[in-house]
Design a protein around this ligand. Structure first.
Ligand code: XMP
Length: 333
């Protein structure tokens, strides 16, 4: 609408005034905030923006291709895709403590991003390289960093601003979404032409599947989990709740599969199986501080379970998590 177009125009003018003819780099994660920030900054300064998309190997199925198709393909933004999955898996080998895993993932993320920023600079001798680091910080992040409420909040924050990265890189910080609430960021994203499904996605934690594979992270586990999770999400999106006319994806705040490093006995045809277990998690919440487990229809759970067991060889049992927060958390780690 007209008001939104005015907002965009004003934001674009502000970005141009701030940046001038200098260059900007931005870490694209596929999440709503960094995506909307990228689309807005690209609208303002086009080729002066370079997005760096670090694939840590712990993303959802086809996530990397989707991000590339959207930003490089449709928006024609400059995007560098870095496949760092081998590095992340190597450094995570043998580590099973959740906070330790978070720390390793956060540190490697910073290292890879920094190395990429330096490479970009070295690739063009004579150019000053990027002077600005753009981040999709939104208003609630600004408030949260004023006084972190819990240890977890500190962790979440430190991952979000990738640990003092602007200072480490000697870059100025560009945060065009700083004054916006989440719903405003989403409206802005739609107005900038991002697909509805991308803008209204469930949140996904920075450490990704790293905290949804319990204990030690292995490539094999990540591959099984990605496929199970994709089936769950696909069925949530395609199952409409008749009274509201909305999909179960839109009726839940966050939903995903969790890999349990536990084997259980099953039977397939006339053979015995001894395979892995996944748990499905779906919650409804307004603030993610408290959350209820979602009362998904049995028919939906039944379909998801039978699809996962039939389609994902290596998983022979699916469970549904009926724990609310508190005392459980939304994630399992
Ligand atoms: P919990 O599990 O604490 O999660 O109930 C609350 C919300 O925070 C997300 N979450 C994270 N996000 N880095 C993130 O970027 C993290 O380390 C992290 N841990 C939890 C979680 O997905 C949920 O939306």
């Amino acid at each position: 609408d007209w008001i939104m177009q005015n907002h965009i125009e004003e934001a674009v003018q502000n970005i141009r005034a701030q940046v001038g003819d200098e260059e900007v780099i931005l870490g694209l994660s596929g999440g709503v905030d960094s995506s909307v920030a990228a689309a807005l900054i690209h609208r303002a300064i086009g080729e002066q923006l370079t997005c760096v998309f670090v694939d840590h190997g712990l993303l959802r199925l086809h996530e990397g291709d989707m991000v590339m198709e959207m930003f490089a393909g449709k928006l024609h933004a400059k995007v560098v895709r870095v496949d760092a999955s081998e590095l992340f898996l190597r450094e995570l080998a043998g580590v099973s403590d959740p906070e330790q895993k978070r720390k390793i993932i956060g540190r490697l993320f910073v290292d890879v991003f920094k190395a990429e920023a330096e490479k970009l600079k070295a690739a063009r001798p004579g150019s000053k390289g990027a002077q600005w680091l753009a981040q999709g910080t939104i208003y609630p992040d600004v408030i949260e960093s004023g006084g972190a409420k819990s240890k977890k909040a500190v962790t979440i924050k430190s991952h979000h601003n990738v640990g003092g990265l602007p200072e480490q890189l000697g870059l100025k910080l560009l945060e065009p979404l700083r004054d916006l609430f989440k719903d405003e960021v989403r409206e802005l994203g739609v107005a900038l032409g991002l697909p509805h499904d991308m803008v209204y996605r469930h949140p996904f934690p920075g450490p990704g599947l790293g905290v949804r594979i319990l204990g030690e992270v292995k490539k094999e586990y990540a591959e099984l989990l990605r496929r199970a999770d994709a089936i769950f999400i696909e069925e949530l999106r395609s199952t409409i709740e008749p009274h509201s006319g909305k999909s179960w994806y839109d009726l839940t705040s966050q939903a995903f599969a969790v890999f349990l490093p536990v084997k259980s006995v099953g039977v397939m045809g006339d053979a015995r199986t001894y395979d892995w277990v996944v748990a499905l998690r779906a919650v409804q919440t307004s603030d993610f501080m408290t959350a209820d487990w979602a009362e998904l229809p049995y028919a939906l759970l039944k379909k998801v379970s039978s699809r996962i067991i039939n389609e994902v060889r290596g998983i022979n049992r699916v469970t549904y998590d009926v724990s609310s927060k508190p005392p459980a958390t939304i994630e399992w780690e």
